[in-house]
Design a protein around this ligand. Structure first.
Ligand code: AHR
Length: 266
């Protein structure tokens, strides 16, 4: 591992975008940890949820001969070629936050979240909350092809499959954004009369869904018509729970910066 007495260690971070409060906290955390005072020069590229832009950002890091490349992958598929290019250039790659479908020979480390486990935890929470009650369930999924979406969906479906009286009526992508969650919920409310539970695969989509539910003259939360829960547990989710609009939020920690720093130092 290079140790630089005089120079800063250059790190290129291909960030997903700015789609959620979780993402904002993640970006801030990298900026705090990878500071010049800490010996780093951080080149953080916000890829605006655009897969092609993210591949281009990584190729730019390779052409700049960065010391390390960190990728929070928008999509889980399609990484082999660019990872091979980084390896050929001798640049270590750390995958962070989401996972990828590629041989682990092509990157040096992964640090992130077990989202399947989050989905199972969410399902188990719902099972305990509902007891024996029947439930018509709608799912607002995250971005299509993102491991956070695939894992949460898979984990929740595993638990749902154990409950014959749970019916998943529909699931649509809200792209992990508040506007996306609102739009999907508006369409669900037009299509389904009898909604018991809404699963939002992140907090921001839940905030949008809550706005749509209220605008339709319905209520949600512990004393409302509809049970709604989400993933991340950002500060605004606690505010929504305190306000009685959100039943639960499953923690997903965005503070990966110190872990990536530790991997680089090792
Ligand atoms: O990959 C982590 C997920 O990405 C967060 O749950 C979501 O809010 C973000 O967009």
């Amino acid at each position: 591992m290079p140790v630089y007495a005089d120079d800063l260690v250059t790190v290129g971070y291909a960030q997903v975008g700015h789609e959620s409060d979780w993402r904002t906290a993640n970006t801030q955390n990298y900026q705090d940890v990878f500071s010049e005072d800490a010996g780093y020069s951080l080149d953080l590229v916000d890829c605006d949820n655009d897969n092609a832009a993210q591949l281009e950002a990584v190729r730019t890091f390779i052409s700049k001969d960065m010391d390390y490349i960190v990728i929070a992958p928008i999509q889980s598929a399609g990484w082999d070629t660019v990872l091979q290019e980084a390896q050929d250039a001798g640049i270590p790659v750390i995958i962070a936050d989401r996972e990828i479908e590629a041989s682990d020979d092509l990157y040096d480390a992964w640090v992130g979240t077990n989202t399947t486990n989050e989905g199972i935890t969410a399902g188990n929470w719902l099972a305990e909350y509902l007891g024996d009650a029947d439930a018509n369930i709608l799912v607002i999924e995250g971005s299509v092809g993102a491991s956070a979406t695939l894992g949460r969906t898979d984990g929740f479906n595993q638990v749902a499959g154990e409950h014959d009286n749970w019916k998943i009526l529909d699931s649509q992508s809200g792209d992990f954004t508040q506007a996306g969650g609102q739009e999907v919920m508006e369409s669900f409310l037009k299509s389904y009369d009898d909604i018991d539970v809404v699963v939002a695969e992140n907090d921001n989509m839940a905030f949008g869904a809550i706005d749509a539910i209220k605008a339709a003259g319905k209520t949600c939360g512990p004393d409302g018509d509809i049970i709604i829960f989400s993933f991340d547990a950002v500060k605004a989710a606690f505010d929504a729970m305190i306000a009685g609009d959100l039943n639960a939020a499953l923690e997903c920690n965005p503070l990966h910066g110190p872990r990536v720093d530790e991997i680089i130092k090792k």
